[in-house]
Design a protein around this ligand. Structure first.
Ligand SMILES: *[C@@H]1O[C@H](CO)[C@@H](O)[C@H](O)[C@H]1NC(C)=O
Ligand SMILES: *[C@@H]1O[C@H](CO)[C@@H](O)[C@H](O)[C@H]1NC(C)=O
Length: 250
């Protein structure tokens, strides 16, 4: 029995490795270290979200996208797509606040994170594209996942295709990945009470997430005992005027 179970685990691992090798492409990452990166510690940003929450889409296509464009030297970002999704142990099924298309897109985004080696420089363009499309159709999200898959393929890294993501979302790899994101979301301390839920160097920043760039700049400066780099000044100037946050509650 033990042997059999062990063999199954090995087989599953081999199948997974083959799947990964088929789409992982070492040329994804073309990035030389800059001055700010050299010998400096990066701020660790975790963004807990769900794919079709209007406020997540707004943040992902707006303030967070600006941070990604300007501050990638200063921060590491991990996007965890699960949010207020629920798992029912009796039925072994997941349900989502914004319907089955949200559950599907959460799977797709988990697959993309995985195939991108969890490097947001690889996966963020797709998230942004998806968020822009989602934000443009709210409140009617019917058919939005098909639209995103049809329109955002060109933003994917390397040779990755929407078909790869769809295949992953529909098989056990997707299931494994969403279970990991469920675990990472459920074990948040303190727990999240809404999304977007943004954690900067282990501290949730609650409703100030639209100020993310100024917060990252400040934290980087503190962490490295150094003045914030030049690209931060625009965010400090704008930080009094940041937009009020809306959220999707649990
Ligand atoms: C799980 O699903 C079962 C069967 O549909 C239902 O009776 C139960 O209330 C659900 N549990 C939760 C926690 O939603
Ligand atoms: C945004 O963050 C910066 C840096 O921490 C802070 O100085 C500023 O007051 C914040 N703005 C708002 C509106 O919270």
């Amino acid at each position: 029995m033990l042997l059999r179970r062990g063999a199954l685990v090995v087989l599953a691992a081999l199948a997974l490795a083959a799947q990964v090798a088929a789409v992982r492409d070492p040329s994804f990452r073309v990035h030389a270290p800059t001055n700010a990166e050299h010998n400096h510690e990066k701020v660790q940003v975790y963004y807990y979200m769900e794919s079709l929450c209007p406020d997540c889409a707004k943040f992902g296509a707006g303030a967070l996208s600006d941070a990604v464009d300007e501050l990638s030297d200063l921060m590491d970002l991990y996007v965890v797509a699960y949010g207020n999704e629920r798992y029912n142990e009796t039925t072994d099924k997941y349900t989502c606040q914004h319907g089955p298309e949200e559950c599907y897109m959460n799977l797709v985004e988990n697959c993309l994170d995985f195939y991108s080696n969890d490097d947001y420089r690889n996966y963020y363009p797709f998230f942004k594209c998806a968020d822009e499309i989602a934000a443009s159709v709210f409140p009617n999200v019917d058919g939005v996942s098909a639209k995103i898959m049809a329109k955002c393929g060109s933003t994917l890294p390397g040779n990755l295709t929407p078909q790869d993501l769809d295949a992953c979302a529909k098989d056990s790899l997707g299931e494994t990945l969403i279970a990991i994101s469920k675990y990472n979301t459920d074990t948040l301390d303190p727990p999240h009470t809404y999304v977007p839920w943004v954690v900067v160097d282990k501290k949730p920043i609650h409703l100030t997430f639209n100020n993310i760039s100024a917060i990252v700049c400040d934290e980087w400066s503190r962490l490295n005992d150094a003045s914030p780099p030049a690209q931060c000044s625009q965010f400090f100037e704008a930080s009094e005027a940041v937009e009020e946050a809306g959220v999707c509650y649990l």
